[in-house]
Design a protein. Structure first.
Ligand code: KIV
Length: 302
């Protein structure tokens, strides 16, 4: 079990579920012995910031892992376009389409009982206009079952965020290294260095918050800038490579669990799932080869 903070219904809350303000019952029906955990909803994000409780977010792309992360108490599940380079064999997130992402969003939404499910809008699905973003976001909620969408960009997409928010679609912003723009940013590099770049990023963050964003992901920016943004906004900042000053953290689950050979400097490996999977696979192959699997306990008799 994780040491998830006291956001509603967390399995191991630091301060107990009773400390959670304003929670409402989860969408799934509970049983007498196992009541449904209370859903994390958008108001809880701001409440967590106000109470100084750090938020957790992990990516998820399928039901099997989403179920584990949700039961462990993660506050938000991000069905990220990082599905492209982590699951679909693409080199970047750029080729990911709505039709590839929606089934993953649907799988995660079906099993998430507590976590807020955030769906990325993939490259090419939202930039052209607020109406373009609205059409994509509606699909993520109606077809995917997501609770919120995430868009990359700042002042450029503030009107998009305002339209979505007004239409009842919670938006998570994403600033700093925005991987969909890596061609123009010159690769995966730290952003917001220097006074002008830092001021521009802060102005972007304020514009997103003013437009109604419920949280902002800050990716690969200096710690001091993350602190400035976090101090300035009433909504939570969720950092990835942005240091400890953020109101919460997000990681790609394959980096977090040790499923990849390479991971970025900011991604701590909290487990060695890749090695465990390789070991189990090797044991299975050996058992089939040497005839010890299947045994009589795995075999049906007439
Ligand atoms: O798609 C993704 O995984 C993301 C995270 C890096 C925040 O956007």
């Amino acid at each position: 079990m994780s040491t998830a903070p006291g956001v509603p219904g967390s399995p191991t809350p630091a301060t107990g579920p009773s400390a959670a303000p304003g929670g409402t019952p989860g969408g799934d029906a509970g049983t007498a012995t196992a009541p449904a955990p209370r859903r994390v909803r958008v108001q809880h994000l701001r409440e967590a910031k106000e109470a100084g409780r750090r938020l957790t977010m992990l990516t998820a792309y399928d039901a099997a892992t989403a179920r584990i992360f949700d039961a462990s108490g993660v506050d938000m599940l991000l069905v990220g376009d990082s599905i492209g380079d982590n699951m679909l064999g693409h080199a970047t997130t750029i080729p990911v389409t709505m039709d590839e992402l929606i089934p993953a969003v649907r799988a995660v939404s079906r099993v998430a009982r507590r976590a807020l499910v955030v769906a990325d809008l993939p490259f090419g699905s939202y930039e052209a206009s607020p109406q373009h973003a609205h059409a994509a976001a509606v699909r993520m909620l109606k077809e995917g079952g997501a609770n919120a969408v995430k868009l990359e960009g700042g002042r450029r997409i503030a009107a998009h965020v305002e339209l979505l928010t007004g239409a009842g679609i919670p938006v998570v912003g994403h600033l700093g290294l925005t991987p969909q723009a890596e061609n123009i940013l010159g690769g995966k590099r730290v952003q917001g260095r220097g006074n002008d770049a830092a001021d521009a990023l802060l102005a972007d963050a304020v514009a997103l918050a003013d437009a109604g964003a419920v949280a902002i992901v800050l990716e690969m920016i200096p710690e001091g800038l993350a602190q400035r943004v976090t101090d300035r906004l009433a909504i939570p900042t969720i950092g990835i490579g942005a240091g400890a000053a953020c109101d919460g953290q997000v990681l790609v689950w394959l980096d977090m669990a040790g499923m990849t050979d390479w991971s970025p400097r900011f991604a701590k490996k909290f487990g060695d799932v890749g090695a465990a999977l390789a070991q189990a696979t090797g044991a299975y192959i050996s058992a089939v080869h040497d005839g010890t699997f299947p045994g009589s306990e795995h075999t049906y008799q007439s």
